[in-house]
Ligand binder design. Structure first.
Ligand code: PLP
Ligand code: COI
Length: 353
């Protein structure tokens, strides 16, 4: 695909790196690629960051045909910049696209386009400890008709945002509220896809949790409301009686890249790690009996986040004395050392820009 590059004539002032938060600032450029069934993907363009112009009947505005990804560019000590497992994000973008009836894209080409965009805005990759450049590719159906039909036109857009910690708590444990009324996804639905609709349906429960003082919601399965699924923006793991357990990929949870990487690292370290169903009763019994040693979440934005409190049915349970546990800490240290290039990447997970 040919790539047209139009540079911004005026550059924005960069934000204070100690006050980035998450997703509040955007860089000088963005990538936009168009698709039609007739032409395939065409008109790849890196251009000044700005508003999109779409038809009021565009599919995405009415029927929610939207998917997205999240990955990061990290600045190493030597000043160079690297991405973490970008091909995994391109693969998952295609898995999500397949589920939503959106078009497939060549995965290597997708990574190359992202690298090019990051290269152009490379000065936006922040330097402070714990900061990175969050990369948000998204694709949406863009047919200009109100019929609910297969998608003939689409766009792929990539925007970049310098970020700090996702949670205000940073690496301090977060408080999570288990949702027993709303459900996020069911098998056969779109749970395994990273589509906007999954998040739209989660906002109500998230708001309820926030009002009670919790950072995010932990979802239970959509059929029996009995088994643990995942948190709003991360997969979850528990250490019970010396064994790490995490919900298996059943079709209703997102196959997280941080999850996959964490499982691989822990298995390399010789730890017992099991992917299976975990019922809420098992978890509460483990908390009460003191066998739940640690709980944490994994995600690109959230990195590795210890969970200090779990709330369900009017009761709050404290985990590991609301402190980060040794496995959570080791995972955080190892993953972030690979991501920020502080240790040699034995896994071949990182890609230099
Ligand atoms: N689960 C949900 C619902 C998410 O939004 C995310 C974030 O991307 C994750 C899990 C973690 O996935 P990953 O590690 O690929 O970022
Ligand atoms: C990510 O970690 O990349 C995510 O997509 C989480 C997001 C919903 C904030």
């Amino acid at each position: 695909m040919e790539l047209k590059i139009t540079k911004a004539t005026t550059l924005k002032n960069k934000p204070d790196e100690s006050k980035l938060g998450f997703g509040k600032f955007f860089t000088d450029h963005m990538l936009e690629v168009s698709y039609t069934r007739e032409k395939g993907w065409y008109n790849a363009e890196i251009k000044p960051f700005g508003n999109l112009s779409i038809h009021p009947a565009s599919t995405v505005l009415h029927y929610g045909s939207e998917i997205f990804e999240g990955l990061k560019a990290y600045r190493r000590k030597d000043g160079k910049v690297q991405l973490f497992r970008p091909i995994e994000n391109a693969r998952r973008l295609n898995t999500s696209a397949e589920r939503l009836g959106l078009p497939q894209i060549d995965e290597n080409e997708c990574v190359e386009l992202i690298k090019k965009l990051v290269e152009i805005d490379i000065d936006w990759v922040p330097h402070e400890e714990g900061t990175s450049l969050y990369i948000r590719p998204f694709m949406f159906g863009n047919d200009e008709t109100l019929g609910v039909h297969s998608i003939h036109a689409a766009k792929l857009v990539v925007i970049l945002s310098p970020v700090g910690a996702y949670y205000a708590e940073g690496l301090n444990p977060v408080k999570i509220c288990i949702e027993t009324a709303d459900v996020r996804a069911v098998r056969g639905g779109t749970g395994y896809a990273k589509c906007g609709g999954n998040y739209a349906a989660s906002v109500r429960a998230g708001e309820k949790a926030e009002k009670k003082g919790y950072s995010q919601v932990l979802w239970l399965d959509g059929v029996e409301r009995k088994y643990i699924e995942e948190v709003g923006a991360m997969n979850v793991m528990f250490k019970i009686n010396g064994e790490v357990v995490t919900p298996m990929l059943s079709g209703s949870i997102l196959p997280g890249i941080t999850r996959k990487s964490s499982l691989e690292l822990m298995r390399d370290w010789g730890m017992k790690v099991t992917e299976r169903q975990i019922s809420i009763d098992e978890l509460i019994t483990a908390v009460k009996s003191g066998t739940l040693e640690e709980a944490w979440g994994t995600g690109t934005a959230a990195v590795v986040s210890p969970i200090g409190y779990l709330f369900i049915d009017g009761v709050e349970y404290k985990i590991n004395d609301n402190k980060i546990g040794p496995v959570t800490q080791k995972l955080y240290d190892n993953l972030t050392s690979i991501q920020w290039g502080k240790i040699k990447d034995e896994k071949g997970w990182t890609v230099e820009v």
